[in-house]
Design a protein around this ligand. Structure first.
Ligand code: PLP
Length: 405
């Protein structure tokens, strides 16, 4: 296994100086940095194999097509999907959720039907459902949290009625780090014959996901949060659902035959991939997954957990410290506030010390409302963060706290 020094050497940006200080990058929940393997793959794609895929008979097009379809198989293996046709490339988590809401919602949901979300959802898993509510009059029900910011599973069970038609819940909260019991969530929904979408944006970079074991009907994630490029993401869907659902967007590639009288649609996965796909991004995403699996998700999880435990223990020693998210099962994210210091001030003053954290509502305003706050400071860890960086964060927070004393 690579040492942490070797891993860090694979990410050139980590040796950058900001304000003449070593960059301490603790904003991995927003996006991760990219290893040279991924950037090289993008360069190689544009320099060596670039050609529009699927439609070409020539050598380059066939080579590019093969690379794109191999990337699909790579994602299939990563998620342990049953078939590569169940892997749809999207622009990211947001587009993948919009695809399911639009396509499934158009065909299967009608006025009065109920969809279950949770209190800790990212806006990407709230707003598309609200837009569907405006179009169709569906009802959104919300699973509350307990005082450790874990989902209240008894309340979840009580939300089901004979009108419940869909459950859409995050695997890991981007604010709290809470790892939700998604296998149980799916099992309970299936007892009511209700399909489930799991938002895996904050899960796949940190823990091993097996969609067949989870039995999720849909599972979505973004490439850029797992050390891959921006602009590419994944929708996994069970073949029977994807086959039954109508296309999301119309255009080239998603058709089998077009005439002005009637158009027939292509088979999976192309039915859901209208237009030229990001075939460079898909191969770079595959390189990112290779990289992550070479390091090993178990090793990554263990390392990040050590950082989380250490950071939590030390931050909690700071007077006025309040950490939001105290779940038993938690990933490497710490959201906090210190006394009355505004999250924005804390973020700005940490930045001046070279420490990149995120501040604000983290695209989870309903969660902020439930917590009774406007925002938090969020430090989120990646595989390349070190204990020394956590020490810098702690020292930085202490310094800011002293300034406000
Ligand atoms: N879901 C969760 C839990 C997230 O954390 C994010 C991004 O922060 C998203 C969805 C949206 O991801 P993207 O902006 O890559 O589509």
């Amino acid at each position: 296994m690579k040492s942490i020094e070797e891993i860090r050497a694979d990410f050139p940006i980590l040796s950058k100086k900001v304000y003449n200080k070593d960059l301490v990058y603790l904003d991995n929940g927003a996006t991760t940095q990219k290893p040279v393997h991924v950037v090289n793959k993008i360069e190689e794609g544009y320099y060596n194999t670039n050609s529009n895929i699927h439609r070409g008979v020539h050598f380059l097009s066939q080579e590019a097509t093969e690379a794109h379809e191999n990337a699909r198989k790579r994602v299939q293996r990563f998620l342990n999907a049953n078939k590569s046709e169940e892997i749809i490339f999207t622009r990211g988590t947001t587009e993948a959720i919009n695809l399911v809401v639009s396509s499934f919602g158009d065909k299967y949901l009608k006025e009065g039907d109920e969809v279950i979300l949770s209190e800790m959802e990212h806006h990407a898993n709230i707003v598309p459902w609200q837009m569907l509510r405006e179009r169709k009059g569906i009802v959104i029900k919300v699973v509350p949290m307990n005082d450790k910011q874990e989902l209240d599973m008894d309340a979840y069970k009580r939300l089901f009625t004979d009108k419940t038609k869909f459950v859409s819940i995050t695997h890991v909260s981007n604010v709290l780090g809470t790892v939700n019991p998604v296998k149980e969530i799916v099992k309970i929904a299936h007892e009511h014959q209700v399909p489930v979408l799991i938002d895996g944006a904050q899960a796949v970079p940190h823990l091993k996901v097996d969609v067949q074991d989870l039995d999720a009907d849909f599972y979505v994630f973004s490439g850029h949060k797992i050390y891959g490029p921006t602009g590419i993401g994944v929708l996994y869907g069970k073949e029977n659902w994807l086959n039954a659902m109508p296309p999301y967007q119309g255009g080239g590639e998603m058709i089998s035959h077009v005439s002005f009288d009637k158009t027939t649609y292509n088979e999976l996965p192309y039915k859901f991939e209208a237009g030229t796909p990001d075939y460079i991004g898909s191969t770079a995403l595959a390189a990112a997954l290779d990289y992550v699996e070479e390091i090993g998700l178990d090793n990554i999880a263990k390392h990040e957990h050590e950082l989380l435990e250490y950071a939590t223990q030390e931050l909690n020693k700071i007077p006025g410290m309040k950490i939001y998210g105290n779940a038993q099962d938690k990933s490497g994210v710490i959201s906090f506030l210190v006394g009355k210091i505004h999250h924005y001030d804390m973020g700005m003053l940490l930045d001046k010390q070279g420490i990149a954290v995120r501040t604000g509502h983290h695209c989870a305003q309903p969660l902020m409302q439930a917590l009774g706050i406007e925002g938090t400071v969020r430090a989120s860890f990646g595989m390349y963060n070190t204990k020394e960086e956590v020490d810098k964060l702690i020292a930085g927070v202490k310094r800011v706290a002293m300034m406000f004393e």
